[in-house]
Design a protein around this ligand. Structure first.
Ligand code: HEC
Ligand code: HEC
Length: 273
């Protein structure tokens, strides 16, 4: 009899315990992402994208829509200037709003700003040119032309609800503590966790899955070709279907492996970008 009671009591306790967990989960929906990466450090703010449907039908609206098309499908909509089969939004993910993936939001309030690579103060348009000649392995846009104006209009529009100069979370590729990478270990990780989407020889399956090396990838002058920058990108954003599951060491390892694969050579004629 006593045993029966204690089993019943135990059952009740278990039910109460799991019920409590369920209640807690439902009443604190944000906590369901507990184990994902922190996205809102103190003193910063999250970002909410405006809806593209809210863009006006006039010519300014058309410029914004064109900028968005170029950003999301660069090889198609800026084909004269992009030799790589990689779009802006393959790296600046979710159309340029994803924290820790070098988002575009808030940049109009930050530029012109000092640029270490150029060794001088540059405009946002010049920064875009850098990505065209390096990340897109292409050629600069006409600085006054329609494509540049469209990209700037799109970035401005993305940034409209952004209170001026207030820090947006996860700008750039936020540097990680330096670790010593092991490319051989990185290769094993690549085969196991990356090749499914980026292909066995890094060529990707375009346009869905961008190339990481070979003739269609970014060139060796690109930011993504720097091991610390790629490690930071990969750590926060890849594997794309389960970000947050690889360790910092694994991110460094795989970045070093990819770095050692062949990339097109940066055209030194564009060194000033
Ligand atoms: C292969 C990846 C890749 C592609 C493709 C790419 N970029 Fe970038 N971009 C980067 C990296 C890496 C940085 C540097 C981030 C850092 O230093 O923290 C960067 C930086 C930038 C910045 C400055 C961001 C800041 O916070 O200062 C702008 C603006 C930019 N890119 C625009 C573009 C545009 C527009 C395109 C498409 C034409 C593009 N990028 C394509 C990788 C890429
Ligand atoms: C489920 C498919 C998938 C897997 C697995 C995956 N990626 Fe990606 N990766 C993508 C997609 C798609 C993008 C473009 C960004 C987007 O649309 O989300 C991307 C973008 C990238 C980029 C920037 C774009 C470029 O061309 O340079 C890098 C670097 C990258 N992935 C590295 C990795 C690494 C390293 C792994 C393994 C740890 C990995 N990815 C696993 C799908 C995947």
């Amino acid at each position: 009899m006593i045993r029966k009671h204690s089993i019943l009591l135990l059952g009740l306790l278990c039910a109460a315990f799991y019920g409590g967990i369920l209640w807690f989960g439902f009443s604190h929906p944000r906590l369901s992402t507990w184990w994902s990466l922190p996205t809102e450090p103190p003193g910063t703010m999250p970002w909410h994208a405006p809806s593209i449907e809210s863009v006006s039908a006039d010519s300014q609206g058309e410029l914004i829509r064109q900028g968005r098309r170029i950003f999301i499908a660069t090889p198609e909509f800026a084909s004269d200037h992009a030799r790589a089969l990689v779009s802006c939004s393959d790296c600046h993910m979710q159309g340029g709003i994803r924290p820790y993936a070098s988002p575009m939001v808030g940049l109009p309030a930050i530029f012109p700003t000092y640029n270490k690579r150029a060794g001088r103060v540059i405009t946002l348009a010049e920064r875009i040119q850098e990505c065209f000649v390096r990340s897109e392995n292409g050629t600069p846009l006409d600085p006054q032309g329609r494509e540049m104006r469209a990209l700037l209009a799109y970035i401005d529009w993305l940034s409209t609800p952004q209170p001026t100069r207030r820090k947006f979370i996860g700008r750039g590729l936020v540097p990680m503590p330096a670790l010593t990478p092991d490319p051989a270990r990185g290769q094993r990780l690549y085969v196991a966790q990356c090749a499914g989407c980026h292909g066995p020889i890094g060529a990707g399956y375009t346009p869905q899955f961008p190339p990481l090396w070979g003739p269609d990838a970014y060139n060796d002058g690109a930011g993504m070709n720097q091991i610390p920058k790629m490690a930071a990108f990969v750590y926060h954003n890849m594997p794309q279907n389960r970000p947050g599951t690889i360790t910092a060491q694994q991110a460094w390892d795989v970045a070093a492996f990819i770095h050692n694969q062949p990339h097109p050579a940066f055209n030194q004629a564009y060194k000033h970008y």
